[in-house]
Design a binder for this molecule. Structure first.
Ligand SMILES: C[S@@+](CC[C@H](N)C(=O)[O-])C[C@H]1O[C@@H](n2cnc3c(N)ncnc32)[C@H](O)[C@@H]1O
Length: 274
């Protein structure tokens, strides 16, 4: 079942602590200067993980932990022994450790400085050693990729995690609606050992805020993919009776004409290791 998540009234992306109410309780994230901001996509992912704790057990990994929201949500699961929070930016890991402690799960969250699952120091190598086939789940809200169709980091997470995950283990991956169902389901069909089990949490219609430079860069990348015949993206443009799905090229044209960002839904999708 898809959990519908209302983002209204949620404070997002500031440097002040961000409070996120989830089905497993309130998670408060401090976001120090220089750390990864908490975005609407983060909040849907955090609340989606908290709504699906019954699927999580054993040792899990939060790939690209940022300030730790997904790791903390997962650590609230009764059957979860430990969550390994991985990030390439050391400052994020300091924030994750502090946030895990202040949310009462410090003993269950282990921070690891790594590029993906490749350790960047000896302590990380120790934590990541010997995990092949023993990991019970992965949660991730990876960055968008500007070198390909946008999903490169998601493919990378699924590919890297395959050796670590035990059979049947879930991967809860943040992927937003604008990628289109075909691209999302194909992530499980591109030679990787996964089955796609659907969208398990999503926001209402939210602006894909083209005033944010990283999102503007992504949408222009999507348009380039469409122009080269790589398949359409799916944004919602227009309002009321005029609302319709539109590809990235048309979404950019509508933004330039009206100043209104196109809409998407922030979503969390479930894959299973086969
Ligand atoms: C979109 S942010 C999500 C942060 C957090 N999970 C959240 O939802 O708020 C992506 C995170 O991935 C981290 N990251 C990017 N490349 C990485 C890599 N190669 N290995 C590990 N982490 C990486 C970034 O530092 C950042 O914290």
């Amino acid at each position: 079942m898809t959990e519908r998540i209302d983002l209204d009234g949620t404070r997002v992306a500031g440097r002040m602590p961000v409070a996120i109410d989830t089905l497993a309780g309130r998670i408060v994230l401090d976001v120090p200067s220089g750390c990864q901001p908490v975005t609407p996509a983060s909040i849907v992912a955090i609340r989606g993980v908290a709504a699906h704790l019954g699927r999580l057990s054993g040792i899990g990994i939060d790939w690209g932990a940022g300030t730790g929201g997904l790791a903390i949500a997962a650590a609230l699961g009764r059957a979860v022994e430990r969550v390994i929070a991985v990030d390439v930016e050391a400052a994020n890991l300091v924030a994750t450790a502090a946030n895990a402690a202040s949310n009462g799960v410090g003993a269950k969250v282990v921070t690891v400085h790594a590029d993906g699952f490749t350790p960047l120091d000896a302590a990380a190598a120790d934590v990541l050693a010997g995990l092949d086939g023993r990991v019970g789940f992965v949660v991730a809200n990876p960055p968008g990729c500007v070198d390909d169709d946008g999903l490169g980091w998601r493919r990378h997470v699924l590919a890297e995690a395959a050796a670590l995950l035990r059979r049947g283990a879930p991967v809860l991956l943040q992927i937003s609606r604008q990628y289109g169902r075909a691209r999302i389901t194909e992530l499980a069909g591109s030679g990787l050992p996964y089955r796609y089990d659907g969208c398990v949490a999503e926001s209402g219609w939210e602006p894909f805020d083209l005033a944010r430079s990283e999102l503007a860069e992504l949408v222009h990348r999507y348009a380039a993919v469409e122009r080269s015949g790589g398949g359409s993206y799916v944004f919602r443009v227009g309002t009321g009776a005029e609302a319709r799905d539109a590809p990235a090229v048309a979404a950019i044209e509508a933004y330039e004409a009206t100043g209104a960002s196109p809409l998407t839904r922030w979503q969390l999708h479930l894959f299973r290791r086969t």
